[in-house]
Design a protein around this ligand. Structure first.
Ligand code: NDP
Ligand code: MG
Length: 389
C-alpha cells in the first residue's frame, strides 16, 4: 500500500488528489491530511479514507474537531510533524495556498520519498531551502503546476545547455476579449474560462500575476536564465508549455484542462501503471485553432514586472508574493478595485521601503515569514491611505 500525505486536502488541488486516490482506494493509505478551517469536509475525508493524522491550523476549528474525533491524532500545527509521524510516506502533495505552505512543505520533505508541489508561493519564496531539504533527504520532487509539470516531463531527459527557449502559455483569464470595467466584481474576476481553481489563483490568472509567478517558479526549479522564458496567450489552455531544444526539435505539451492529469502522473509516474487516467481523445478542433498570441502590456500591465525579476534568488520574490497576496485579499473584500491590483503592485515594488531588499539573499525561513508579514501590513495600510486621498 502506498502511504500518502496531503497538505491542504480541502482545497481545489487537495480534493482532486483525493479523487485520483479514491479511484484505487485499496492501494493507498492516508497518513496525514490538513485543512485551515474546513472541518466539515475534512471530517468526511477522515471517515472515507480512514485517516490517522490530521492538522487543523485554525484554533477554534481545531478544538471542535479534536472533540469530535477522539481516536485519531489531531494537531493544531505542523510543528515537529516529522517527529509525530511514525512512518515515512511514499508520496506527499503540497497544496496549501500562500506562503503559509512553505514551512509545512519543508517539514514534510523529511517524511516522504516523493513530493509533488503545487504550492507555488513556497517554490518562489523558499526554493533554496526546499532544494537543500530535498537533497538532504533524497526526496524526489515533481512540480504539479500544469505548465511546470509539462516542462518537467520534457526537460528531465535533457541537459540545461540543450534548452533554447521555454514558452509558458496563459489563458488570458476571464477578461481576455472583454473590456475590463472599473467596477469588476470578485465574482466576475474569479470565473475562469477553463479551470476551476481556488479564489486567489483565479484572480492571479485574471491579472496575469499568475504567469509572472510561474516564470519565477520555472526559473528556479529548472535552473534556467530568465531570458530563456516567454509567455504566450493561448485561450483554450490545451497547450501548457512549448520547449525549443537546441537540436532543432520543438516539443509542444498539451493535455485537457484537468489538474488530475499532472496530479495522477505525479502519483503513479515510474510505477509501471499505464492506465491510471482515462483522458479524452485528442481534440483536433482545438489543435486547429490554437490562436497563440503575444501578451498585450496595456491589457496586462503586470507583465512589466518581468523586467524587475532578479537574476539570483532574493527577498524581492517574497515581497512580490506578499504585496500581491494582500492586494488580492483587499480586492476580494471589496476594499480596492480590480484594476488597482496591477497599478498598486507596480507602485509598491518600486518604493525604497521594499526595493532595498532586491539584492538580499534569504537567510532562513523565519526571515521570509517575518518579511511577508511586514510587507502585507504595509501594503494594506498604504493601499487604504491612497484610497482615502
Ligand atoms: P485552495 O484555496 O482551493 O485550497 C487551499 C488549501 O490550503 C485548503 O485546504 C485550505 O484550507 C488550506 N489553507 C489555506 N490557508 C491556510 C493556512 N494559513 N494554513 C494552513 N492551511 C491553509 O487553493 P488551491 O488548491 O487552488 O491551490 C493550492 C496551491 O496550489 C496554491 O499555491 C496554488 O497557487 C497552487 N496551484 C493551484 C492550481 C489549481 O488548479 N487550483 C494550479 C496550479 C497551482 P481551508 O479549506 O480550510 O481554507
Ligand atoms: Mg499554472
Amino acid at each position: 500500500m502506498k502511504k500518502i500525505i496531503i497538505l491542504g486536502s480541502t482545497g481545489s488541488i487537495g480534493k482532486q488528489t483525493l479523487e485520483v486516490i479514491n479511484k484505487d482506494k485499496n492501494k493507498f493509505k492516508i497518513l496525514l491530511l490538513s485543512t485551515d478551517k474546513n472541518i466539515n469536509l475534512i471530517s468526511k475525508q477522515i471517515k472515507n479514507f480512514k485517516v490517522e493524522n490530521v492538522v487543523v491550523t485554525n484554533k477554534k476549528k481545531y478544538k471542535i474537531l479534536k472533540k469530535k474525533f477522539k481516536k485519531i491524532k489531531i494537531f493544531p500545527d505542523f510543528k515537529k510533524i516529522d517527529k509525530k509521524l511514525k512512518v515515512k510516506a511514499d508520496y506527499a502533495m503540497s497544496a496549501i495556498s500562500g506562503i503559509e505552505g512553505l514551512r509545512p512543505t519543508i517539514n514534510i520533505i523529511k517524511k516522504t520519498k516523493r513530493i509533488a508541489i503545487a504550492n507555488k508561493e513556497s517554490l518562489i519564496c523558499g526554493w533554496s531551502f526546499i532544494q537543500k531539504e530535498l537533497k538532504k533527504n533524497k526526496t524526489e520532487f515533481i512540480p504539479v503546476d500544469s505548465e511546470h509539470f509539462s516542462i518537467w516531463s520534457v526537460i528531465k531527459d535533457y541537459k540545461k545547455s540543450d534548452i533554447e527557449k521555454v514558452i509558458l502559455t496563459a489563458s488570458g483569464g476571464p477578461f481576455l476579449n472583454k473590456k475590463i470595467k472599473k467596477n469588476v466584481s470578485p465574482k466576475d474576476a474569479i470565473s475562469h474560462p477553463n479551470w476551476t481553481m481556488g479564489k486567489k489563483i483565479s484572480i492571479d490568472s485574471a491579472t496575469m500575476m499568475n504567469k509572472i509567478f510561474e516564470i519565477i517558479e520555472a526559473k528556479k526549479i529548472f535552473n534556467l536564465e530568465l531570458n530563456k522564458f516567454e509567455i504566450l496567450i493561448h485561450p483554450k489552455s490545451y497547450i501548457h508549455a512549448i520547449v525549443k531544444l537546441k537540436n532543432g526539435l520543438i516539443k509542444i505539451i498539451a493535455h485537457d484542462t484537468d489538474m488530475k492529469i499532472p496530479i495522477s502522473n505525479s502519483i503513479y509516474m515510474g510505477n509501471n501503471n499505464k492506465n491510471f487516467i482515462k483522458s479524452k481523445k485528442i481534440d483536433i478542433n482545438i489543435l486547429n485553432s490554437l490562436n497563440l498570441q503575444k501578451v498585450r502590456i496595456k491589457k496586462y500591465p503586470v507583465i512589466k514586472i518581468l523586467n524587475r525579476i532578479t537574476k539570483k534568488e532574493s527577498l524581492f520574490d517574497t515581497i512580490l508574493v506578499a504585496i500581491n497576496d494582500e492586494l488580492v485579499k483587499l480586492f476580494l473584500e471589496n476594499k480596492i478595485k480590480f484594476l488597482d491590483i496591477s497599478s498598486k503592485i507596480w507602485h509598491l515594488i518600486n518604493l525604497p521601503l521594499f526595493s532595498k531588499f532586491r539584492h538580499q539573499k534569504p537567510k532562513n525561513l523565519a526571515q521570509i515569514e517575518k518579511l511577508n508579514e511586514f510587507v502585507r501590513l504595509k501594503t494594506s495600510s498604504l493601499s487604504v491611505i491612497s484610497k482615502q486621498k
